[in-house]
Design a protein around this ligand. Structure first.
Ligand code: GRF
Length: 202
């Protein structure tokens, strides 16, 4: 399974996928791609001898033009799976439909709760007792595609958003590599808008 990981920042999820999936079980990260040249994830990929690419959105007039160029760059690598790991871009419908069923994202909430940004503070403000992260297939609805796996964490009374984010992050590093390994082993797919693991609808 030829995998491309896309990210904009630190890349701790990229690191977890490098550590637990790369060159294991038939999975290979064939490129690590960022829209920001200062993303620390690029260093992580280089350390693992993974090819890196930077495509800065600043040089493009429109979202459509950027996504077209990104698609061309990605398709050079003939990927089977795109893994969005903190890739802070809204994707055009053309991009999403091109990679339908072969693009995963991780979102720091128990979807369908808290789509969008500031999820940890929103969970605290709502008085939630639990929070978490979701790995899902990407569809045209932002943070709305079918969920493959979630991890739950407790929310404690005196938690700050940073405390909660750290607790959620630890879980992200467990569930994202697991889901990627399922996909690479052809145990997971998307069909009729649902995530299917080993023939069972999730
Ligand atoms: C994670 O919290 C993820 O849920 C969100 O972006 C963050 C990426 O963190 N989509 P990192 O760059 O993998 O450390």
């Amino acid at each position: 399974c030829r995998i491309i990981v896309l990210f904009s920042g630190n890349g701790s999820n990229l690191q977890a996928i490098i550590d637990k999936c790369h060159l294991q079980g038939g999975a290979e990260i064939v490129a690590a791609v960022s829209n920001r040249e200062d993303a620390f994830g690029l260093e992580r990929a280089k350390t693992a001898a993974i090819t890196t690419e930077v495509l800065d959105h600043k040089g493009f007039d429109s979202r459509e033009a950027y996504d077209q160029a990104l698609m061309a760059l990605l398709d050079n690598y003939q990927p089977d799976l795109l893994v969005l790991a903190g890739f802070m871009r809204i994707l055009t419908p053309e991009f999403v439909s091109h990679y339908q069923g072969r693009m995963l994202n991780i979102h720091p909430s128990l979807l369908p709760k808290y789509q969008g940004l500031n999820t940890h503070q929103r969970a605290i403000d709502a008085g939630d007792k639990e929070h978490g992260a979701s790995v899902h297939f990407v569809t045209e609805e932002l943070d709305g595609g079918p969920v493959a796996l979630q991890a739950r964490v407790p929310v404690f009374e005196d938690d700050t958003a940073e405390d909660l984010a750290a607790r959620v992050h630890e879980q992200e590093h467990q569930i994202y590599p697991l889901v990627v390994s399922w996909f690479a082993a052809q145990r997971l797919s998307m069909s009729d808008g649902a995530a299917i693991l080993d023939e069972n609808r999730l």
